[in-house]
Write a protein that binds this ligand. Structure first.
Ligand code: PMV
Length: 313
């Protein structure tokens, strides 16, 4: 049997904008998806035991099968190779946490081990990127990169399609965050396509927003590296406003963001594809983290208390 894992992630700056070549900042979180793969007899047999938002697995089922077939092809294998696949782990199947990319990386690693392919991390990342296309249409590659390597990183897509520009970001100490889930499953592919259409139809509005997103990522990196967490939070708030303007936030996301800010979070924004899914609040220190988490709990929302900037490789 082959085994593999992939990290979940939160995007601190630049989701959606990264798809169009703007730099973004992403951090792996200490929850991962695990996969086990065994050669099968007929077709793909998938047992998905992840904890998920209601309807997540059903909504993603077809994309999941397409994703695995794409990955087999990218490994120069027959896309119809019979496999028994188990998926589980600590990363919940909430939209926005890179769960699809984490599962792609985990499955690619498990297939590589089961079939003795000995794939390098670079190859696993490239294979998972192919798998991500089934879920995101035209993904930036930020999710699979975080899922493969872990850590806190600066990411800029290579528009020519070659190696992306990735750099490790160092912070003085890991920083507490709370991730709040709206409980709503989102379709990343539809959200990414919607932004691309609106951008094309209205460059006068969108081009300056994309420029602002780039400035935010640059300033966000500086603030993270210098340990100015108040500033990081302010910039995250700004980033949420830009995401609202490009039409990817939702009523529930705005509600969770407001709730976190009222409890004293340094900053809060939606994270990932939006339109449902998750938001992230910057809550340095255990006390503040606990305060925001209990507000979410009281209001009946699921959440994950974790840290960014934990060195994982
Ligand atoms: O919702 P998620 O976890 O799949 O994150 C999507 C992030 C986007 O920037 C919207 C798409 C991408 O490929 O970068």
């Amino acid at each position: 049997m082959g085994k593999g894992s992939g990290y979940g992630k939160v995007i601190l700056f630049g989701e959606h904008f990264v798809v169009h070549g703007v730099p973004g900042i992403v951090s792996a979180i200490d929850s991962s998806t695990d996969a086990e793969v065994k050669k099968g007899i007929k077709g793909l047999n998938i047992k998905d035991e992840r904890k998920t938002a209601k309807g997540y697995s059903e909504e993603k089922r077809l994309q999941q099968v397409e994703s695995i077939e794409r990955m087999l092809k990218a490994m120069d294998l027959d896309p119809k190779t019979p496999l028994d696949i188990w998926i589980g782990g600590t990363l919940p199947g909430f939209s926005g946490l890179g769960a699809s990319a984490a599962s792609s990386v985990a499955i690619a690693r498990a297939i590589s081990q089961e079939l003795n392919l000995n794939l390098s991390n670079e190859k696993i990342n490239a294979v998972a990127y192919e798998g991500e296309k089934a879920y995101a249409g035209n993904p930036s590659g930020i999710d699979n990169t975080a899922a493969t390597y872990g850590g806190l990183m600066w990411f800029k897509k290579n528009p020519a399609g070659g190696q992306d520009f990735v750099e490790k970001i160092h912070v003085k100490r890991p920083i507490e965050i709370v991730i709040g889930s709206t409980g709503k499953v989102a379709n990343t592919k539809a959200m990414v396509e919607g932004v691309a259409e609106r951008k094309k139809a209205n460059p006068k509005k969108y081009d300056p927003l994309f420029k602002q997103a780039e400035n935010l990522a640059v300033a966000g990196r500086k603030a993270l590296e210098s340990g100015d967490l108040k500033k990081v939070g302010d910039l995250m708030n700004e980033n949420h406003r830009l995401l609202q303007e490009i039409g990817v936030s939702s009523k529930e996301l705005d509600l969770l963001v407001d709730m976190a800010r009222k409890q004293g979070a340094f900053g809060a924004k939606l994270t990932g594809g939006g339109g449902g899914g998750c938001m992230v609040a910057l809550t340095p220190g255990k006390d503040l983290q606990g305060k925001v988490a209990s507000a979410f709990k009281t209001a009946g929302f699921e959440f994950l208390s974790t840290k960014i900037g934990v060195v994982t490789y």
